[in-house]
Design a protein around this ligand. Structure first.
Ligand SMILES: Cc1cc2nc3c(=O)[nH]c(=O)nc-3n(C[C@H](O)[C@H](O)[C@H](O)COP(=O)(O)OP(=O)(O)OC[C@H]3O[C@@H](n4cnc5c(N)ncnc54)[C@H](O)[C@@H]3O)c2cc1C
Length: 511
């Protein structure tokens, strides 16, 4: 097997080597959880010169981080709630991602609010958009990163989202869109590995006992010692830190072919009936699909390990909301897939004891999206927040961890560290590979292309080279890793079924 040398390659050989040296190891930081938060913490810590082991029980981005709306957003909703500080932080982190750390993974996306949703709605959207522009202009790198909010004509509305009822204008504001949230996590983990972090998937932390971290991996139990254990286990964080009060809420999306909306180039934005700050978005994806989301439903009881699924009521709510502005309504027959994720919302300490699951009166939508940083003995939990702000959360977490380690470490460098594959936009334009691969792999796209340009399944853009690359360099070990996380073929179950034999074949050849 010829393996090009790439930074932070997560090859089968590297995993075997790192696993062999894990039992009894002593490290500065063990990170539990390989979502965006854990991978971000691992990169921050490793790039400051700390020794790091990241342990993920399933696969990179196996949890909430792959079920997001895939927006790198400036926090318009926070503005609606008067949370200016949160909005500024989001806008600042969006500029870091778009300008330095991951320009290949984030594109500019126009959001169309059509007048057919009501002139009061577009007036509010225009005011919110302009406030968002002002916040953007006030943060480093914000100027020039996105166009400004503005009104558009009826013709422009029809061009941006042909499926909208014709004849009226609208308002367009701009934000950032990730090509794929799971790819951000993989890029973070590999960049951490390039700085020396040991990244192990299929490794579940079963208990933390003082400085001892107990791990179940490949059917065996082992333990290692850590100066600090960072609990970045998302909605499952309570299992390692029972004092945290999480009130998960389910957010669901439907998947429809873009043709059902006339192949839109903008995100159609429709307010939820009765809300001034919550919208349903029809988000166009690079592969021609549209994700329609999202909902906010309190979840009662223990958090399950299985992937959550949208309820029938959520499907109805999403379709009804978007259909208000469409010329030809969407029906359940248009759906080719659906997905849901659990938001790790944290109850503030000030909430008192009167809050049950689901928050006051069962409403989670108004809980603040700020994160929690909390010590329980040697365990530092970091929970909540947003994908957009993972870097700032990671910096704060490692600052706190360094304080506890009691020895000096460099300040966080991560705002200036390009992730693997990243390059300035002008350099990305010159990469000699298909644009679709450049948007997912950046400067590494030619390596992916050389591994096989044939389609995994007819009618879909993913290539066999992507599957091979995932096994050789991105730590993919199973069919699910390949189809549900390194690529997102699995979002359309019928396509996943067709792709599974090829994924099995590639795994057999490469491992
Ligand atoms: C529907 C929805 C839409 C969203 N949209 C956006 C958006 O558009 N933009 C945005 O910025 N944010 C968005 N968010 C928020 C964002 O997705 C989350 O805040 C973020 O992904 C949380 O990441 P995490 O790493 O903390 O958790 P997770 O991604 O859930 O990661 C936790 C990981 O820990 C692992 N784990 C658990 N227990 C153990 C253990 N004992 N040992 C080892 N590993 C363990 C799990 O397998 C999992 O991989 C959205 C959230 C939802 C639910």
């Amino acid at each position: 097997m010829v393996t090009a040398s790439l930074p932070g390659t997560l090859s089968p050989a590297r995993r075997a080597e790192e696993l062999a040296g894990l039992a009894g190891a002593e490290v500065d930081v063990v990170v539990v959880g390989g979502g965006v938060t854990g991978a971000g913490v691992a990169l921050d810590a490793a790039s400051r010169g700390l020794s790091v082991v990241l342990l993920e029980r399933t696969d990179l981005a196996a949890g909430t981080s792959r079920w997001s709306s895939k927006l790198v957003h400036g926090g318009l909703r926070y503005l609606a709630h008067g949370e200016i500080g949160l909005a500024r932080e989001s806008a600042r982190e969006r500029a870091v991602l778009m300008g330095t750390t991951a320009p290949h993974l984030v594109r500019r996306l126009p959001f169309l609010v059509p007048d057919v949703a009501g002139r009061d709605v577009t007036a509010l959207a225009a005011a919110g958009g302009r406030l968002g522009d002002a916040v953007r202009l006030s943060v480093p790198g914000g100027r020039g990163s996105l166009p400004s909010t503005g009104r558009v004509s009826a013709d422009e509305v029809s061009r941006l989202v042909p499926g909208v009822r014709a004849g009226r204008g609208g308002v367009v504001f701009w934000d950032g869109q990730l090509v794929d949230d799971a790819r951000l996590v993989v890029a973070l983990a590999r960049t951490a590995a390039a700085y020396g972090a040991r990244v192990l998937t299929g490794a579940a932390v079963t208990a933390v006992d003082g400085a001892e971290v107990h791990v179940a991996v490949d059917g065996a139990q082992l333990s290692l010692r850590a100066g600090v254990v960072v609990n970045a286990a998302g909605v499952w964080a309570q299992r390692l830190a029972p004092s945290i009060r999480l009130v998960p809420s389910r957010g669901s999306h439907l998947v429809v072919p873009g043709s059902a909306l006339g192949s839109p180039s903008a995100a159609l934005t429709v307010p939820l009936p009765g809300s001034r700050s919550r919208y349903v978005f029809a988000l166009p994806q690079a592969d021609g699909l549209v994700y329609l989301g999202l909902t906010d439903e309190p979840v009662e009881g223990p958090v399950p390990d299985d992937d959550p699924v949208p309820s029938d009521a959520e499907v109805a709510q999403l379709l009804e909301t978007v259909n208000q502005v469409l010329a030809v309504p969407l029906t359940r027959e248009d759906l080719v897939g659906a997905y849901a994720g659990l938001r790790p919302l944290v109850l503030p300490a000030s909430a008192g004891t009167g809050y049950g699951p689901g928050g006051p009166a069962g409403v989670t939508a108004d809980l603040s999206r700020t994160h929690l940083l909390q010590w329980d003995g040697p365990v530092l939990s970091v929970v909540g927040g947003k994908l957009t702000t993972y870097r700032a959360m990671a910096e704060e977490t490692v600052d706190a961890g360094v304080g506890r380690l009691g020895r000096g470490a460099a300040r966080s460098q991560t705002a200036r560290i390009p992730l693997v594959g990243a390059a300035p936009r002008r350099a990305l334009e010159r990469v000699a590979a298909p644009g679709r691969l450049v948007a997912r792999y950046g400067t590494e796209a030619p390596v992916v292309d050389a591994l096989g340009p044939a389609a995994v399944v007819a009618g879909r853009p993913e290539t066999v080279g992507e599957l091979r690359f995932a096994v050789r360099h991105e730590g993919a070990r199973t069919v699910a890793d390949l189809l549900d996380r390194r690529t997102r073929i699995g979002l359309v179950p019928a396509d996943r079924e067709r792709a599974a034999p090829m994924a099995e074949q590639v795994l057999a050849q490469e491992r």
